[in-house]
Design a protein around this ligand. Sequence first.
Ligand code: MCN
Length: 732
Amino acid sequence: MENLALEGALTVTFVRSLFAHANIVDVDATAAEALPNVQVLTAADMDLGVFGPPPFPGVNPGMGRPLLAVDRVRFVGDIIAIVISDDRATGADAAELVSVDYDPLPAVVSPYEAAKDEVLLFPEVGTNVAARFGSPEHDEKLFGGCDVAVSGTLVSQRMAPCPLEPRSAAAELGPDGRITAWLSTQTPHQDRMVLAGTLGLDPAQVRVVGPDVGGGFGAKMLNVEEVLVVWLARRLGRPVRWTETRSESMVALPHGRAARLEFTLGGMRDGKVLAYRLEVLQDCGAYAVLGAFLPNLTGLMASGVYAIPRIEFESRSVVTNTTPISAFRGAGRPEASQVIERAIDTFAAELGMDPAEVRRRNFIPADAFPHTTASHAVYDSGDYEGALELALRSVGYDELRDEQRHRREQAATTQLGIGISCYVEITNGIAESEFGEVEITPDGGAIVRTGSFSHGQGHETTFAMIAAERLGLPVEKVTVHKGDTDEIAKGTGTYGSKSTQIGGAAARLAADDVLELAKQLVADYLEASPADIVLDPAVGRLHVAGDPSIGISWADLASRASADERLAELKAEHEFQAAPTFPFGAHVAVVEVDTETGRVELRRLVAVDDAGTLINPLIAEGQVHGGIATGVAQALYENFVYDDDGNPLTGTFVGYAFPSSADLPSWEAVEMETPTPLNALGAKGIGESGTIGATPAVHNAVVDALTPFGVRNVDLPANGENVWRALREAKA
Ligand code: MCN
């Protein structure tokens, strides 16, 4: 959007809070406005209410975020004022000159402290608790009949999404009074609705365009910054643009995870698990947005891949003086896998049993699908034991255990750790629908229009493949259009790895409809019955059944239909809705841990990820690779940290340990395909699988390496300092 040719565009710079919690006494913009063509706006100039993202069921609506901070700031990065200037450099200078008089308030950074309700972020609400899910009732008999019960805490630490391309937005008011917004987004159609709702406009007055986006990872949902850009373009009657700086992105783009998970898992000495209790304390940051709702998904997925007869779940989400928490690759589901997989390993260690064997004894069997878990998820299809056995064979599990035994006998300084994670996740979690349209072009190719959005996942290829296969066209003849609400009738966008199973399926159905329409047209031209027309998919030609010599190719059909002004007949749209699917897999990580320094080196990671039928195995593997990098980053590297006053300590790439490919080994991805019966493609989602599977495998591997030292857990990220601490504590 920075390079978009917009005649006379102004630049927006946000003045952000330097305090985590404070009353705003005064904002003095005199010095800033002395710079040429600079204008400064504050909440007093604002005629809009609180930003209204989609309401999440069960979340307190009284903890929403004002578009500009009114009287009070609640995190470092909260927006206090807007600087409008001719260019970025002047905007940055002017923002420095805006003088804000703060009256600091005590900050609450830890969710444990926030839960005490001593310092309130919203005194008028009377509590920091933004949402509660599950049941606070304890069944005293939950662990009745268990030989063994183990407990522990896992902190799924706060992560910054770090897209390499930060956010950018531009908006322009057209002569017809319609507003066009160019946004780095994952959800153009939803953004249009929320923008219209917030600005009090008819949705028809708003056009959203999502150009190429350099990574979203769940975080690039419409936020206050984009709403302000659009509001400004209307108010000023001039085009405006804003591009986030890296340091802004680190504190202002919503963060992910930030959940404390406490578990108790009970079962029999033979390894059979009988009961599981999970309590989640979710830090949702300064305002209750999506993050407050995510523990719901954690609770739904609590059972993991295991047939656990009794499950209790309870969660509280609390506001703290930190960056708001929202979706980040996996959003609520990684937390469920991380904790159940740690619990299973803790249980196995208590029993002195191989963690692979404990898993085998508890899997939901492959012939038990569809399966409803005690945490109320209805799994569509799966073969969890098959995935684990494939992963163990691929990694050479028995040989690795031999090597580990040898190093332990030698009391080697560098110990070997082998970690297993078996996961199941949910994609298209709230059973949404998606829109697809297919149209034949004058040259006999096709356009697929999808309401889904691709911000790096490659729909341009996979959705083209889906339509090409149905129509018997070469894939190069199919182009995919997305992201412009004026061109695409409707859509829900992309999150929760739902695009292929609903958007891809909708494109397939629309292609099938176009084929039927083409048969009617061909029948007209060949003076035959539509029922007798068939497609030869190998050559892309429609002909009379039994007589291929009487037929017409797509190119000839399109050309003749164009001449006859009948091309518009070769266009169809479809909306497809289906229940969630449940991709699954097994990851095995091998680490070396230096028991003197705590240094961890990830040697191997074998990943079996089953997303049903794969449309494009290469793209799916790429998704798994990127996903694993994020999962490993959480296991070993990243942690967004604040001091006790709510100042970010890791607000740049110098302090935030974002790994590069040079820090990571090559993954070994092993394909497995168990189709879902819920769509004609047989496809489930794969965009987040690698992330969900990898973290617990690596985490378990690090703990496994340290078992002989009496270590039962290492906090995430399980590297250097935390390993060293765990060793020290175990020794003490
Ligand atoms: N695919 C396939 N066969 C399947 C499933 C998927 O070939 N059975 C292909 C798809 O057609 C698509 C890709 O794999 O090209 C991912 O598809 P899908 O799993 O349906 O997920 P979405 O397209 O809905 O992607 C969303 C998901 C999420 S939620 C995040 S976050 C994410 C991700 O995918 N952010 C990404 N992948 C990312 N990849 C990049 N490069 N950048 C991001 O920001």
